[in-house]
Design a protein around this ligand. Structure first.
Ligand SMILES: Cc1ncc(COP(=O)(O)O)c(C=O)c1O
Length: 369
């Protein structure tokens, strides 16, 4: 280990860089392919709302000025649309930044963090950075095991965090179980529900806006993003909901202009386009059904998903090899070996024709394996 790695704070030297999905241009360049589709990072296949695009373009001309450091209009829109208290909102350059800030604020070597097995890689990473102990709780039938998580929590647990729906597995926890669970947590343990895929779960008959629980549970923190259903991943904007004391801690810690002007304008306008979200979710639900049917017909094990991606387990076959072969055919998906799921791949649900191309390519590949 070099001197400048030894000198870093906390557990930074122990983490590996985040492995992002390969950009389309990189695959086109490397493999000399013209027509590449990316079904790897759970982005919106429709792009963004035309209203968001128009607002983003309109504000470019004033990008010589700093953005509004407090994101007044976006917070106001979130208040007007969903009733959230402006003091309970913290804006971030993607929800990832907000998760980083929360860990930076609350996690240290004297505490532990509890999360489900196969969680979004950022949770164990940030736990390591903070020098804390990460407690990974095995899933039960691919779903976070709420009872086991409750047992794993002790007086040193500063954060319990999990995504609902989960990533990279795609399953979700029942809202009733979640509500009961939060009620049993000590006040000194923050319960963080990462709702990056929340919009895709709204057809759950039990669906509740968990923000309505904020008054009841002062240790509840909810993380949301404009990167997935809203289609603004490249602009980087997300928000966190929490009691106003936690949000003021996060606001103290964040860089003053963390969310750029274009992102603020696009996200504010995106909230005016319910039709775009409806179309996005409708396509996702009907195409997800086609994935289920495809997997059933081909004898592939697919984990039931509540999100905008599906995870397939090829059992005795190697997910990395399948992903490489798909990439050579111009289809980028996500192998899950980094999560210890060597036989699995995660596929983001695309447009109908993109999904057809995935089905046809995978069928070809499996014939040869
Ligand atoms: C569960 C989960 N949380 C958070 C994020 C971060 O998203 P963003 O920083 O783009 O808001 C992702 C992105 O893939 C995710 O899957």
């Amino acid at each position: 280990m070099g001197l400048y790695t030894q000198l870093v704070n906390g557990g930074i030297s122990k983490i590996k860089p985040y492995q992002a999905g390969k950009p389309i241009e990189e695959v086109q360049r490397e493999l000399k392919l013209d027509d590449v589709i990316k079904l790897a990072s759970n982005e919106n296949p429709f792009g963004m709302s035309a209203k968001a695009q128009k607002a983003a373009l309109a504000c470019l001309a004033s990008a010589n000025l700093y953005p509004d450091a407090n994101g007044f209009y976006l917070k106001q829109k979130l208040h007007d649309k969903f009733g959230y208290d402006v003091d309970e909102i913290t804006l971030g350059a993607g929800s990832n930044e907000l998760i980083n800030l929360l860990f930076q604020a609350y996690v240290n070597k004297d505490c532990n963090v509890v999360f489900p097995e196969y969680s979004f890689v950022v949770y164990p990473m940030e736990t390591t950075v903070g020098g804390a102990l990460g407690i990974s709780v095995p899933l039960k039938n691919f779903v976070p095991d709420i009872e086991a998580m409750e047992k794993a929590v002790n007086e040193n647990t500063r954060i319990v965090i999990f995504a609902n729906p989960t990533n990279p597995i795609g399953t979700s926890v029942s809202y009733k179980a979640l509500h009961d669970f939060i009620g049993k947590m000590p006040k000194s343990t923050l319960v963080v529900i990462d709702e990056a895929y929340n919009e895709f779960n709204r057809d759950d008959p039990e669906y509740v806006d968990t923000a309505s629980w904020l008054l009841e549970f002062e240790n509840l923190v909810i993380s949301r993003t404009f990167s997935k259903a809203y289609g603004l991943a490249g602009l980087r904007v997300g928000y966190m909901l929490s009691n106003s004391e936690i949000s003021s801690v996060l606001n103290r810690l964040r860089a003053p202009f963390n969310v750029n002007m274009v992102a603020l304008a696009a996200a504010t306008a995106a909230l005016d386009d319910d039709e775009f979200i409806r179309m996005t979710v409708e396509n996702n639900t009907s195409e997800r059904l086609r994935y289920e049917n495809f997997c059933r017909a081909e004898g592939i094990f697919m984990i039931p998903s509540s999100a905008n991606f599906v995870t397939m387990d090829f059992k005795d076959k190697d997910g990395v090899e399948i992903s490489k072969k798909l990439m050579q055919m111009g289809v980028i998906v996500r192998p899950l070996q980094a999560y210890g799921l060597k036989s699995c791949i995660r596929v983001s649900i695309g447009l109908r024709e993109e999904n057809d191309r995935f089905f046809a390519s995978l069928k070809e590949i499996l014939k040869t394996m």
